[in-house]
Design a binder for this molecule. Structure first.
Ligand SMILES: [Zn+2]
Length: 464
């Protein structure tokens, strides 16, 4: 029987995984049929659709392993150029997100979520992991409609003041959530799972993410870990991201959060720990033994003046994956931040390489999600693909396609994106969202929220 509808892509290069490394191979073509990659070979006959892209590189779809959709556009102009030795990072962003999470501003939050989602897809992201504090049901519906692959759900505790916020003097404070609040959060997560989760074969998986070990009492941490395991989704949380977290862990657990998670039996291959900037050698050994992953958020930490040590994690044998943590929406630029800052942090221009940082955004990220059918280009795997044009003035000439992609390209050079075989970006335009309309709505939403934040005296830190 003839295949239903075959698309053939004829790029300049196809990025393949060979012996655990990514390499760009010339003179290969790819056929996709339905939601799967059908064939990768030198000469394929034309399909029902054929895309000729001789100056483009075809990648496995990019995976953003940790974000909070909607926050990024709101932080623009607020979080940069602050002196974070005087004003904690939390304060700058929480000053407006805490307003965006109020029910009265649901429409504004929706607009911001849509803008970040559109930016990620436009820049080649095919899978996103997001935990959110408000409007999670709306977001899950939007993720489904947008066609992206997603692991998303509520962050627990949902109350911003229980996760990390600052008082009037700019000091970070954390108020523990009450047991009633946490029980209500878990009930909400179960209801969202029931309504939106599509099961192992689906594009949309619902998870529930504890904010951190320090903000969630042990019985709830264990319950959340069990729930995610039972649902077959990753457990994602923040780990050792600031001096404050490390001090708080010492105060509460008499040791590190990584050790505490290990003692609770929560460290495992499904754990994706965001940041880990301040993990000790012992902590890294625990993560390695457990097969857990670090979601490295290079640009987010850089805005705070911290070079997260990407290469140090890799040398310690810990799986590292890439993520924006909601402080940029151009994922190709995020890969570049990871590569360049990774060299500065490691003190070597030779490591990490473009190929190893791209692997962290594809191959390694799929392994962290427990998905053997994602993160690589090979027959039979999911047709989640990103095609990037390398012919323009800022990128060409191309000698090393992976290097050109990582060091010279941006999300604007992404021409086509497929998820589950569905075309989400065609010739640089989103097929499921109107980019300009989404950007305009997000601008109006952010301006309203900034204005309200100023009126409530929340932006005082700007004048210090
Ligand atoms: Zn985060």
């Amino acid at each position: 029987m003839a295949p239903m509808s075959v698309t053939v892509i004829r790029p300049g290069w196809v990025v393949l995984a060979e012996g655990g490394r990514l390499v760009a191979r010339e003179e290969l073509q790819l056929a996709l049929d339905g939601d799967r990659i059908l064939e990768v070979a030198p000469h394929l006959p034309a399909g029902d659709q054929t895309i000729e892209a001789p100056g483009s590189v075809l990648l496995p779809g990019l995976i953003n392993a940790h974000t909070h959709l909607g926050v990024s556009p709101l932080g623009r102009g607020l979080v940069e150029d602050r002196d974070y030795r005087r004003v904690p990072f939390y304060m700058a962003i929480a000053a407006v997100t805490s307003i965006a999470y109020e029910p009265d501003f649901a429409a504004e939050l929706h607009a911001l979520m849509a803008a970040e989602l559109a930016g990620l897809i436009r820049s080649g992201v095919t899978t996103v992991v997001s935990t959110n504090a408000a409007e999670v049901g709306w977001l899950l519906g939007a993720l489904d409609a947008a066609g992206i692959r997603a692991y998303a759900g509520p962050i627990v505790p949902s109350a911003p003041q229980a996760r990390g916020i600052t008082d009037d003097t700019g000091q970070a404070v954390r108020l523990a959530a009450t047991a009633e609040q946490l029980r209500a959060d878990i009930a909400t997560a179960r209801a969202l799972h029931q309504q939106y989760d599509q099961g192992p074969g689906g594009r949309l998986r619902v998870l529930v993410g504890p904010a951190s070990a320090e903000t969630c009492p042990d019985p709830f941490l264990v319950e959340l870990a069990d729930l995610n395991r039972q649902w077959g989704v990753p457990l994602t949380l923040h780990l050792a991201q600031s001096d404050y977290d490390v001090a708080e862990a010492q105060r509460r657990f008499g040791g590190s959060s990584a050790r505490h998670l290990h003692d609770l039996g929560i460290l495992g291959p499904n754990l994706i720990a965001a940041h880990g900037s301040l993990l000790s050698e012992d902590d890294l050994a625990l993560l390695r033994q457990a097969g857990a992953s670090i979601a490295h958020c290079a640009s987010r930490k850089a805005k705070e003046g911290v070079f997260s040590p990407f290469q140090r994690y890799v040398e310690q044998g810990v799986r590292v994956v890439l993520a924006t943590d909601a402080f940029t929406t151009d994922f190709i630029e995020e890969v570049r931040w990871a590569a360049v800052l990774g060299k500065l942090a490691f003190g070597s221009t030779a490591r990490p390489t473009a190929a190893s940082t791209l692997a962290a955004a594809t191959l390694e990220a799929a392994a962290a999600l427990g998905r053997a059918d994602l993160g690589r280009i090979a027959p039979g795997l999911k047709a989640d693909l990103t095609l990037v044009d390398l012919t323009n003035l800022f990128v060409a000439p191309v000698r090393d396609p992976i290097g050109s992609l990582v060091y010279y390209a941006s999300g604007r050079e992404v021409s086509h994106v497929w998820v589950d075989g569905q075309l989400l970006v065609r010739a640089g335009s989103l097929t499921t969202l109107d980019c300009q309309a989404v950007a305009d709505r997000a601008r109006r939403a952010a301006e309203r929220l900034w204005h309200i934040a100023r009126g409530r005296g929340r932006l005082q830190f700007e004048h210090r």
